[in-house]
Design a protein around this ligand. Structure first.
Ligand SMILES: [Zn+2]
Length: 55
């Protein structure tokens, strides 16, 4: 597998494993990863999308 890359800032994880602080979001069937910084800044957007999917 390719190393984990943040979907927003392009930061790459140091290992192939996704760091625990990163967030995985599935959008339109694609698996997107957000680094800890981007996840913190976009947590509301990510949760909002999840909510819209569930509802
Ligand atoms: Zn990022």
């Amino acid at each position: 597998m390719a190393s984990a890359t943040c979907a927003l800032c392009g930061q790459q994880a140091e290992s192939e494993d996704v760091p625990l602080t990163w967030v995985t979001s599935v959008e339109d069937g694609r698996k997107l990863l957000y680094c800890d910084r981007c996840a913190r800044e976009n947590v509301r957007n990510i949760e909002g999308k999840l909510d819209s999917v569930y509802w």
